[in-house]
Write a protein that binds this ligand. Structure first.
Ligand code: AGP
Length: 599
């Protein structure tokens, strides 16, 4: 959950480009930041700071440093407080290192190194990398020999980039369980956690694989695998969209990405569309399975919960598992079951671990992923790519609705492509999303009203609306820091209704579906206890529920296929406006990172 960049050029100063690259990687973590360069004398110079990359920009402006090769890092703290002392790069006189991941055996290594006379300055696991490499140099190893000797001693997950004093022509990298991409420019080379970081400078990329050691010069890379055998990895040409990253007229990336949802859900559907027969076609999907297990985390897990309702409607028994739970439970692959992994980043450690667990038992996998070339994309047997484009806001919005569009399309594909009425529903979704996005006043009013000082909130729904309620609660939590909980509406009376009083906002999802009357009864139970109801329904449901509502939001009529996408947007808008009113950091909420690449 950290962002790494290394740049090597034949001349010039890489400092400002490294800082700019860190700003594109800041979604991966923003507790502290730092960089090292090899100066004209081939010596290591370093700057580090707590706080965001902007603080590093200030620091390197006040205290400039210069060199044609360097490494930089923006941190999401795993071991040690987010303070300068623990910021990367970690450095000795001879070597400087940035690291993403966790060295699980760092304490044992640290004790051995301390006994050998090494002095540690930080509380981090990462610092052992520097001292082990330093130890190798002391024993007369060259930098590449030092990497080959030290790296096999690390247990856990790591993406490491190192620069060695007196060796301005090389960057050194090692990968296991954390992403690292090589960028090849004209006479320059890049190493980054995400190709996003070097997109403006290089369009040729190589995704390193677990066990790889790489030595990068200004325009060439040599790679060896975990046996030390030289290997050639495929060169990928990056899509132009990766370079088109700015907020444009929007105040936040999240606002931009919410607004993009009509377009990107349409693009996603179009990528699975047979225009001749007007049905869904998915060349990369496996044939209809007898059973499906879905594994994912966070918002992607909630997408899986919605997908379960659609697959079950298609007659496919489906289970959904939180990936971090699934991977530690007994699992028995069988040829009838397809394992479906959902992830925006394709780098979520628990989801990847669940995939490897399934593969280890001979299971078949299908991934729904947004980042092309990501680990999940490369490892899964089959992949369906969502077309959300880069999602920079840490809180997932367009990635979620494009995951839903893909799952809805998949449920139709496995029924033969879907009949005209159903595929027509999918085609109508982008227009409905635009309609919902055009009305923001209710969310602004709620944010400055009942949510202004709210300490907690409830979200309720039934069936697929319960999964959407879970996503809505997560959005409110991660953006505004208000505690929120989602409940299956039928569960309310089994205890949680004790929470309801005149101060508690309760967001009720009440589309006029088969469960509407049941949900309406739950709404009345809440109203009878003065709960402050924010009711999402449609024109048909509004007359029945208006009198119970603090605020009633009328949405377009929906069907089981369209409801989850359409009812998600008001919850995104609510969370956004509440966060705006509370002044929290919308694109980079505290304690979070976009891609959870640690367990
Ligand atoms: C969503 O708003 C969160 N940022 C988070 O729950 C995210 O969905 C989760 O970490 C899974 O990430 P992935 O989709 O990249 O695997």
């Amino acid at each position: 959950m950290c962002g790494i960049i290394g740049i090597i050029r034949q001349s010039g100063n890489v400092t400002s480009d490294m800082v700019a690259a860190l700003q594109r990687l800041e979604y991966r973590g923003y507790d502290s930041a730092g960089l090292s360069v090899l100066n004209a004398d081939g010596q290591i110079e370093r700057r580090r700071t707590s706080g965001k990359v902007s603080a590093l920009l200030d620091l390197t402006t006040k205290h400039p440093l210069s060199g044609p090769v360097g490494i930089a890092h923006t941190r999401w703290a795993t071991h040690g407080k987010p303070v300068e002392q623990n910021a990367h790069p970690h450095t000795s006189a001879s070597v400087s290192v940035v690291h993403n991941g966790i060295i699980e055996n760092y304490m044992a290594l640290k004790q051995t190194l301390i006994a050998a006379g090494h002095r540690f300055d930080s509380e981090t696991d990462s610092e052992v990398i520097v001292h082990l490499l330093e130890e190798a140099l002391r024993q007369g190893h060259t930098p590449s020999q030092a990497m080959a000797w030290a790296v096999p001693q690390f247990h856990g997950a790591f993406a490491i980039v190192a620069v060695f004093a007196g060796d301005p022509h090389h960057l050194y990298a090692a990968v296991k369980g954390s992403p690292l991409v090589v960028g090849l420019g004209e006479g320059e080379g890049y190493l980054a956690s995400d190709a996003l970081a070097f997109a403006p400078y290089a369009t040729r990329a190589i995704y390193l694989q677990d066990g790889d050691l790489a030595i990068l010069s200004a325009g060439h890379v040599s790679i060896t695998d975990d046996t030390g055998t030289p290997v050639t990895r495929p060169i990928v040409i990056l899509p132009p969209s990766v370079a088109a990253l700015d907020r444009g007229p929007y105040r936040h990336f999240m606002a931009k990405e919410m607004d993009e949802q009509p377009i990107v859900t349409a693009s996603t559907l179009r990528s699975f569309w047979d225009p001749v027969h007007e049905t869904v076609i998915m060349e990369d999907a496996p044939p209809r399975p007898r059973r499906v297990d879905i594994m994912a985390c966070g918002t992607s897990y909630f997408a899986g919960m919605v997908g379960q309702t659609w697959l079950e409607r298609a007659g496919i028994p489906t289970q959904v598992h939180i990936a971090s739970e699934f991977r530690y439970r007994p699992y028995f692959a069988d040829s009838d079951t397809l394992s479906l992994f959902i992830s925006q980043s394709g780098e979520t450690a628990d989801t990847l671990a669940a995939l490897k667990y399934v593969h280890g038992q001979g299971g078949r996998s299908l991934a729904i992923v947004n980042v092309a070339g990501s680990s999940l994309h490369r490892l899964a047997h089959h992949t369906l790519l969502t077309k959300a484009g880069p999602e920079i806001g840490v809180a997932s919005t367009k990635a979620f609705t494009t995951q839903l569009m893909t799952l809805a399309a998949l449920s139709l594909f496995w029924q033969g492509g879907g009949h005209a009425e159903e595929t027509g529903e999918l085609v109508s979704i982008p227009g409905h999303l635009r309609h919902v996005l055009n009305v923001t006043a209710p969310y602004h009013d709620l944010a400055h009203g009942i949510f202004r000082h709210a300490q907690s909130a409830l979200f309720i729904g039934r069936g697929p609306s319960y999964a959407v309620a879970l996503e809505g609660a997560l959005k409110l939590k991660e953006l505004s820091y208000i505690h929120a909980e989602a409940l299956a509406a039928g569960e309310l009376k089994h205890g949680s209704i004790a929470l309801v009083d005149e101060h508690l906002p309760v967001v009720a999802l009440a589309p006029t579906d088969a469960l509407f009357e049941k949900t309406a009864s739950n709404i009345e139970e809440i109203a009878a206890r003065q709960g402050q109801l924010i009711i999402l329904t449609d024109r048909q449901g509004a007359p029945r529920l208006q009198r119970f509502a603090h605020t009633l939001i009328t949405l377009p009529e929906t069907t089981p296929l369209s409801m989850p996408l359409i009812y998600t947007l008001p919850l995104q808008l609510l969370a956004y406006h509440v966060a705006l009113a509370r002044g929290t950091d919308i694109d980079q909420p505290r304690n979070l990172a976009k891609s959870v690449t640690v367990e």
